[in-house]
Design a protein around this ligand. Structure first.
Ligand code: VG1
Ligand code: CO
Length: 544
């Protein structure tokens, strides 16, 4: 096998964001662009030589071409074996499962997750470490630093290899094994949940489900698990075929982008559970018959109930949530007498807590939930957890959540996103907010008196690292919060996110529309951040 050494020059924009490097396809396909990033990973991690690597992606446009480039570069860097999902397909949680199960040194996941796909849309690449989780901040920085000084990369001078037929083949001295993308993941789900119990409830019509795969990666996984294993009708999986452009849609499971599912769940005779996942299969949206479960509530309900489920009978070691996620799960942790951790946005911060055995369950307000079974959030895992829970408790989704609120109180919650504003305006809003922080404590608007106002800084309790500037928090003495931060996953302009929450202990007050219950905080957020005024946007682009 001949190895080419290709001269190149750095690109200055290869700093990974919240979850890997995400760019417009037109940026990624520039000569040397992807190769530079991949070389930077190999240079930063010499331990990859002689090791096993996992490779796969969400099937979006350029997925297959990128996989070929990575295989050839892995061969050139002395990787012993690449384990790839058939057709270069793997959901993010399945990739995490494979890295752990086969003791790989890491993996490349090709995805821009919930961002749209296609020649004019987005592509992404993410490196996961040997624990199966997103590379730490430190490794990510090393990769980025390397990308700024790169001058050449190495790639095997070979034809494209067969990534579609199952089995093992040689790529020079390296082994390429093409595996079924679903099997190992499905086996893991079998260990965690009582699938027979769910199947029985489906068979007896005590339970029904509809799942929207949004023409993204979870189609094959949902087919195998929901139809194949659990016996749900094939029609229970909507938009099941993965497409390079996700059918022109935005594979983000929320009420706006998964509207066909949402409509079905608000029609007479809606199924017991409605669910959706995103481009790469790590997010989940949970709905009941005429009922939407906010991701923060879903996390709290799972925390309170997980011990009912087969793989979690020993109970929870602890829980964690990202800082902007509502405090609902903290209330559960308190009652259970377990620790609750607050991390910055993005799954990479949960890894240390999971590895150290400090937590069993973690989640984010952005439709992400997961447990210590892998080191990524896991969409279908959450769906199966809810199905299992419904089968055990024999109650509707709405009843389970309302009962939860009765016990713990309700955290009214909403996120308002202002997408695609000029970066300079996004930055000006954040500076405006940061400039006010020192004066805010003690100020009062109506019932809301500021107790804490800061720019969240995370101190990792496991490795002692500090991650500053993770978002502006304004916390009131009554527990209400307003959080502002800029998105780190977009590919154009800036997206400003405002997270709002208010705690309501009184069960008689649990039936309100969250937008109304949060109206005073929504107005206060505008007064403090001038988001609408400065961005010239009258309303948020997306409200979740
Ligand atoms: C968003 C979410 C964050 C999530 C990240 C990756 O990041 O807010 O909670 O971890 O996406 O999710 P940001 O920086 O845009 O707010 V995924 O499913 O797109 O990998
Ligand atoms: Co995702």
């Amino acid at each position: 096998m001949h190895i080419d050494t290709i001269s190149t020059a750095p690109f200055t924009d290869q700093k990974p964001g919240t979850s890997g490097l995400r760019k417009k396809v037109r940026v990624i396909v520039q000569p040397h662009y992807l190769e530079n990033f991949v070389e930077s990973v190999f240079d930063a991690l010499p331990s990859l030589t002689g090791s096993t690597l996992v490779l796969g992606g969400d099937g979006r446009y350029f997925n297959r071409q990128a996989a070929q480039i990575i295989i050839k570069m892995a061969a050139a860097h002395g990787v012993a074996k690449v384990l790839i999902g058939q057709g270069a397909l793997l959901s993010t949680p399945a990739a995490s499962c494979l890295i752990r199960k086969y003791k790989a040194e890491g993996g490349f996941i090709l995805s821009a997750s919930h961002n749209p796909g296609g020649p004019d849309e987005d592509f992404g690449i993410k490196f996961n470490a040997s624990n199966g989780g997103p590379a730490s901040e430190q490794i990510t920085n090393e990769i980025y630093q390397r990308s700024l000084s790169i001058s050449e990369y190495q790639i095997a001078a070979i034809e494209d290899v067969d990534i579609d037929s199952l089995g093992t083949r040689a790529v020079g001295p390296m082994t390429l094994e093409v595996i079924d993308p679903v099997t190992d993941y499905a086996e893991l789900m079998e260990e965690l949940f009582d699938l027979d119990l769910i199947a029985q409830a489906l068979k007896e019509d005590r339970l029904s489900i509809v799942f929207d795969a949004m023409h993204a990666i979870t189609g094959p996984y949902a087919h195998r698990l929901l139809s194949g294993r659990l016996g749900a009708p094939v029609s229970a999986v909507m938009n099941a075929i993965p497409l390079e452009d996700f059918g022109g849609g935005h594979p983000d499971p929320n009420l706006v982008h998964a509207h066909a599912l949402a409509e079905r769940m608000y029609q007479p005779g809606a199924p017991t559970l409605g669910a959706a996942s995103d481009g790469d299969g790590d997010r989940n949206m949970i709905m009941g018959d005429h009922f939407f479960v906010t991701p923060s509530d879903s996390l709290a309900v799972l925390a309170a109930n997980l011990h009912h489920l087969k793989g979690y009978r020993a109970g929870l070691k602890g829980v964690a949530r990202s800082m902007p996620t509502s405090q609902a799960v903290d209330r559960v942790a308190k009652r259970l007498g377990i620790d609750a951790y607050e991390t910055p946005t993005g799954w990479k911060f949960f890894g240390n807590l999971l590895d150290a055995g400090k937590i069993t369950l973690c989640g984010e307000e952005s439709f992400g939930t997961g447990s210590d079974h892998v080191r990524e959030k896991d969409g279908l895992w959450a769906v199966l957890a809810w199905l299992n829970l419904i089968a055990v408790r024999q109650q509707s989704v709405a009843d389970i959540v309302r009962e939860h609120w009765k016990i713990f109180g309700r955290d009214y919650y909403s996120r308002h996103d202002y997408e695609g504003m000029p970066s300079a305006i996004g930055d000006s809003i954040m500076s405006l907010l940061r400039g006010q922080l020192s004066d805010l404590v003690g100020q009062q608007w109506g019932d809301n008196k500021v107790a804490i106002a800061d720019d969240f800084s995370y101190h990792d309790p496991v490795d002692g690292s500090i991650s500053p500037h993770q978002g502006v928090r304004i916390i009131f003495t009554n527990g209400s919060r307003i959080v502002f931060r800029l998105s780190g996953t977009g590919t154009e302009g800036a997206t400003l996110r405002i997270y709002l929450e208010r705690f309501e202990p009184d069960a008689k007050e649990h039936g309100h529309d969250p937008q109304k219950a949060l109206a005073d905080l929504i107005e206060l957020a505008e007064q403090l951040g001038e988001v609408r005024a400065r961005s010239n946007m009258k309303v948020p682009t997306v409200i979740t």
